[in-house]
Design a protein around this ligand. Structure first.
Ligand code: SF4
Length: 265
């Protein structure tokens, strides 16, 4: 595994099993690896539920580990000590590309997400996916240098935690600001010095706020967009469809930080 120290720390103590190409970590066998393997929390084929590429068929690779610890995280199974998975697969770039080829048709984009995927050297994985002819997207909070050839960068800054690096802000194709409180809009916009003029900026109600129809948050987004036409009001459409959690490969456990406790997000 070629990862960031924060990612390696998050992996300690996880269970072990598996084969050569699908080894799984265990506290008794965790050792540094010289080959590039990625800790895969889950992977599934569905469609992109938000942003500029809303509605596109997409294969998601969700990597394990995130040091940001957002209190409303809807993917807390990738880092929260209360929701640690029984096992996390360590897969090579080649094994992941093979899974993508077998489990989704040509033309489906691949979205690398997390957790925080920018903690890993994604070069071997993006090379393997490009060799298949796939577009590769990433969703990241931008807290480390981006490694690998990425076709589309979605930056979701977390200004209450660690801010994105300027080099990742400059590389972003779109930005997704999660609005849990109205003031999160200004805080998120404050992280974007150096953003390209053509980058799209989305304001997304944090999912529990959206579910509860929290009008303070929703109206703050509406007023911000009306005041600044560069901004766009967003929504996580896949959660209305349950497009990801109905996929047979996605994590079905109840992980109730933000969002819908009944459905686990
Ligand atoms: S950065 Fe993303 S994955 Fe990490 S804790 Fe925050 S919402 Fe969750």
């Amino acid at each position: 595994m070629a990862g960031h120290p924060a990612a390696e720390g998050a992996l300690k103590g996880l269970k072990v099993e598996g084969s050569k190409d699908n080894a799984v970590l265990d506290s008794s066998t965790l050792r540094p690896s010289t080959s590039t393997k990625y800790p895969v929390y889950e992977r599934f084929y569905t469609w992109q539920g938000e942003g500029v590429h809303l509605g596109r068929a997409a294969y998601f690779i969700r990597l394990y580990g995130c040091p940001q610890h957002c209190p409303w995280c809807d993917s807390a199974g990738t880092w929260h000590p209360d929701y640690r998975p029984a096992a996390v697969g360590l897969l090579s770039a080649e094994a992941l590309a093979q899974a993508v080829a077998q489990e989704s048709p040509d033309g489906a984009v691949v979205i690398i997400t997390g957790g925080e995927p920018i903690l890993f050297d994604l070069g071997p994985l993006t090379d393997a996916l490009h060799a298949l002819g796939r577009r590769v997207h990433i969703e990241t909070s931008g807290i480390a240098p981006l490694r690998g050839e990425i076709d589309w960068v979605t930056l979701s800054p977390k200004p209450t935690q660690k801010w994105p690096l300027p080099e990742v802000v400059a590389r972003a194709n779109e930005v997704k600001i999660i609005v849990h409180e109205p003031q999160d809009i200004a805080a998120g916009l404050g992280t974007l010095d150096g953003l390209r003029e053509d980058a799209v900026i989305w304001l997304h109600p944090e999912w529990s706020r959206a579910r509860e129809r929290d009008m303070a948050v929703l109206n703050a987004i509406t007023e911000a967009v009306k005041a600044n036409p560069r901004l766009r009001a967003g929504y996580q459409m896949h959660k209305l469809y349950r497009a990801d959690d109905l996929d047979e490969h996605s994590d079905k456990r109840l992980i109730p930080l933000g969002g819908n406790e009944g459905l686990g997000y």
